[in-house]
Design a protein around this ligand. Structure first.
Ligand code: DQA
Length: 155
């Protein structure tokens, strides 16, 4: 697929991910959201892409970010909708509405945890899901997204 003119990817993080670093470190590690966003900026830059990183604890705000990605002609979305992954048909519908190549990321392995985490509505609107790689999942997701949209690694 040819690269779209705008080379921004949106990295969206949902509720409680602003607490990374201190939140349940046995499950989520010690890295902070700032660490995640730095990692994403660096991973995206390797493909000449710019990462626009947003976090919200509010479902409607996350929907607005998805619409913003569409308005800004973003070429990809990385989303960790956190608990809303498991509950939000509205987020699923927003992702389907904008039709932007999307990868879902979970820091923990949601399939090795409580059964209420095993289903993801947002994953149904993504072309791929990464779960259980810790924050490295964001880098892997950006690599996979770059391959999907035909963004080449910079020399
Ligand atoms: C999470 C997994 C979700 O089940 C949980 O509600 C989160 C974080 C993860 O990144 O592992 O908040 O999305």
């Amino acid at each position: 697929m040819a690269m779209p003119p705008d080379q921004t990817i949106y990295v969206l993080n949902g509720p409680n991910l602003n607490m990374l670093g201190t939140r349940e470190p046995d499950t989520y590690g010690h890295a902070t959201l700032a660490d995640v966003e730095k990692l994403c900026a660096e991973a995206a830059a390797q493909f000449g892409l710019t990462a626009c990183c947003r976090q919200s604890n509010h479902e409607g705000q996350l929907i607005d970010f998805i619409h913003e990605a569409h308005a800004k002609k973003a070429c990809g979305i990385i989303i960790n909708a956190a608990a809303y992954s498991h509950t939000s048909i509205a987020l699923h519908d927003a992702l389907k509405a904008v039709n932007i190549p999307t990868v879902e990321v979970h820091i923990s392995n949601i399939h090795a945890r409580e059964s209420f985490r095993h289903h993801s509505f947002t994953a149904m609107a993504a072309f791929a899901t990464l779960s259980g790689f810790g924050i490295d999942g964001y880098r892997l997701a950006i690599n996979g997204l770059a391959a999907k949209i035909g963004a080449k690694a910079k020399a």
